[in-house]
Design a protein around this ligand. Structure first.
Ligand SMILES: [Fe+2]
Length: 192
């Protein structure tokens, strides 16, 4: 069965004013769709042809890996955002953040620092290691924590197409907007 482009979990204009409908449409209907189409083209005739997207990411290399990882990363990114979100995490996630980072402001600061340090394109992530500890990691280009042992909890897309229309090359302003959209309920639900 071909990999499908998942619908956005909200309307294209729902993230306004933090991300415009134009950015969301370009990003989902353009970039993400092309990744999904590339996965289906490149997987055809291979052992992974009938595999779910996560399995393709974990078991492919080269151009197929890049397309599959980007397709997965994008679908995950949209789930990390929500129009009625932002604010602060609650419950077990908040406790764990407090234990490890002091507070959420400090987590945001460290995440932003890692995100700003990515030269060129990539992603910033909050992950949970197998021992339960949280960590902030950055990946280059299409690379994704999905291929490692840690569970991705939160992702921020740092490719310029994620923010250029709204913020030009000002990644710091995009990060401010990103935090106003973070769906902490989704992040909490991923915590083990
Ligand atoms: Fe993207």
């Amino acid at each position: 069965m071909p990999v499908e482009l998942p619908d956005l979990p909200y309307a294209r204009d729902a993230l306004h004013p933090h991300l415009s409908a134009e950015t969301v449409a370009l990003h989902h209907d353009g970039h993400q769709r092309r990744c999904v189409e590339a996965v289906n083209t490149l997987a055809t005739g291979t052992d992974l042809e009938a595999s779910p997207l996560e399995d393709i990411v974990r078991n492919s290399q080269g151009a197929l890996f890049e397309a599959a990882a980007q397709a997965w990363n994008h679908a995950f990114y949209w789930q990390c955002l929500h129009p009625r979100a932002g604010g602060e995490p609650h419950g077990r996630l908040a406790e764990r953040i407090a234990q490890q980072f002091g507070d959420t402001a400090r987590l945001r600061e460290e995440f932003n620092h890692a995100a700003m340090a990515v030269f060129g394109s990539g992603w910033a992530w909050l992950v949970q290691h197998p021992d339960g500890r949280l960590a902030i990691v950055a990946t280059r280009n299409a690379a994704t924590p999905l291929t490692g042992d840690s569970t991705p909890l939160l992702a921020c897309n740092l490719w310029e197409h994620a923010y250029y229309t709204d913020y030009q090359n000002d990644r710091a302003r995009y990060l401010q907007a990103f935090w106003k959209l973070v769906n902490w309920d989704f992040v909490s639900a991923r915590l083990r």
